[in-house]
Design a protein around this ligand. Structure first.
Ligand code: KG4
Ligand code: ZN
Length: 495
């Protein structure tokens, strides 16, 4: 920033703060050796943002950071902050600190998503407004800058951890695409006798498994902790007691090794599994995510942005398979058994309902289907007839598939996309894959289905998302927490 830029800078400053700095104050700042003031410029050289940092010893105080209101939500503030961090690092600082008004939600969101933690609160800090300030501290700057640099070069080495449900998983990946190792310890045997995932057992088993799983992932990748650029972890959604094990482990590792910490949305992970399988996959596309915990149709206009088009109003698709298997006495998990039986049955034998097929939206409902199967079974038993399990399985499965395929086709024509991703554990269902591939093929739409180890829960997909999050400059602070409910980042979200 030079004196000639001050007019443009003051315009942004005044549009951004209730108590802006004066032109004289900023003029006095620029050019001082322990300061760095930077501009963000449009291609034509016009100023769209600026920021300033003051270095005292090993601390860099972010004094000001503002973006022209017409240019917000484009990542300019984040880019400026990391550029300031780079200057601060050069001037000898190892951490950044700043104050932000408690009412400035956008700024707080920016700093927290760059890995800052709240260190305290100064009451009535701003004399002009009486507003409180939050005091924020960054994590060590240099490892974050190094991770971003490596990610831009495609050489970042990331350890990712996944523990959202009943698999404890860890993976090591280089450059967001090259999988060096992927270890998955499934707990399914421990849950099977209860007919579903028991959250308390899941949590305890994650605790038992996580150290060994991470060690094995590092060992198989021939990677030491010193080779890592970042540690990534599934932050949500999922079972909170399960998530918290991975998050606590990742935070501990990030803390002791001064490693950047990246938080990943599990559902976004399922989308990235498709990209790992098919590197040519590019947005826009529609994804059908069907697992034990989720059933949703998502439009992805670009990586990192999502528009949820429809979801289940009650049971998830995998949950429906599991519940029907349970009521037929077939054990847990239900998907594999039912699809095996279905292969020998007649899908038209029993006319189970196709709920919401003509609802006019992209939502689905699966609990009525489960009830219909239950009532059918009770009727047959009452009449003393033997159950034809293959026919029940095939007819139930056909009802699920019909609705999923119809809704996916509707989403495809609504959005005009040329690619569809099928992801999540239920993508293991061969009949669903075939029906979808056939229906989409007739319309010239490409279907991408990751291979099974990438469809079910794993940490490779978490590492793949983490690479892009590092490129975006998005990190977690150490006070970040696991989150049972976590929405996919929206289509107009701040990235
Ligand atoms: O994605 P996933 O491994 O875990 C969750 O995040 O939920 O999905 C597990 C779910 C279970 O409900 C299981 O019954 C279902 O996927 N599943 C299947 C098949 N294989 C697994 N559902 C239908 N057909 C299958 N072949
Ligand atoms: Zn999953």
């Amino acid at each position: 920033m030079r004196a000639a830029d001050l007019k443009a800078v003051m315009r942004i400053e005044q549009a951004s703060f209730l108590a802006p700095w004066s032109e004289a104050q900023i003029a006095e700042e620029i050019g001082r050796p322990d300061r760095a003031w930077l501009l963000a410029e449009e291609d034509d050289g016009s100023v769209v943002g600026f920021g300033g940092v003051m270095v005292v010893g090993t601390e860099a105080h972010v004094m000001d950071l503002a973006v022209d209101p017409a240019y917000r939500r484009r990542g300019i503030g984040r880019a400026l902050l990391w550029a300031l961090a780079d200057e601060a690092d050069r001037l000898g600082a190892s951490r950044m600190t700043l104050e932000v008004a408690t009412g400035n939600a956008a700024a707080i969101d920016l700093y927290l998503s760059c890995g800052f933690d709240v260190a305290g609160r100064r009451t009535s800090y701003y004399p002009e407004t009486g507003e409180d300030a939050l005091v924020l501290w960054s994590r060590p700057i240099r490892p974050h800058l190094a991770a971003m640099r490596a990610a831009r070069e495609g050489s970042d080495v990331v350890l990712a951890i996944e523990s959202s449900c009943d698999e404890t998983a860890a993976a090591v990946m280089r450059g967001g695409r090259e999988l060096l190792s992927s270890v998955v310890a499934s707990q399914v045997d421990f849950h099977a006798r209860f007919g579903g995932v028991v959250p308390e057992i899941a949590s305890r088993k994650h605790t038992e498994a996580i150290v060994g799983v991470v060690d094995e992932a590092l060992e198989r990748a021939s990677i030491g902790l010193g080779d890592l650029h970042a540690v990534a972890v599934t932050q949500g959604p999922g079972l909170v007691g399960a998530l918290v094990v991975g998050v606590a482990y990742a935070k501990g590792l990030a803390f002791v090794r001064d490693l950047p910490l990246v938080g990943v949305n599990h559902l976004e992970g399922h989308l990235y599994a498709a990209r790992l399988h098919d590197p040519r996959l590019a947005p826009p596309f529609v994804a059908l995510i069907v697992s034990g915990g989720h059933t949703m149709l998502v439009h992805v206009p670009e990586w990192g942005r999502h528009e949820v088009l429809g979801r289940t109003l009650d049971d998830a698709a995998g949950e429906a398979f599991d519940k029907v298997a349970k009521l037929l006495g077939l054990g847990y998990p239900g998907g594999p058994v039912i699809s095996r039986l279905a292969a020998e049955g007649d899908p038209e034998a029993i006319p189970f309902p196709r709920a919401m097929l003509r609802s006019g939206d992209l939502d689905v409902s699966l609990s009525g289907l489960k009830t219909a199967v239950l009532q059918y079974v009770q009727r047959e038993r009452a009449a003393g007839r033997e159950l034809n399990l293959p026919n029940i399985a095939a007819s139930f499965q056909a009802a699920v598939i019909d609705v999923q395929v119809a809704k996916t086709l509707a989403a495809v024509s609504e959005r005009g996309v040329r690619s569809v991703v099928l992801a999540g554990g239920v993508a293991a269902n061969a009949a669903l894959r075939e029906a979808l591939a056939h229906a989409l093929g007739e319309r010239g739409v490409r279907l991408v289905v990751p291979p099974m180890p990438l469809c079910t829960d794993n940490a490779a997909m978490i590492a793949a998302v983490a690479h892009d999050e590092i490129l975006r400059g998005r990190f977690l602070g150490l006070s970040a927490e696991a989150s049972a409910v976590m929405h996919l980042r929206g289509a107009d979200a701040r990235i």
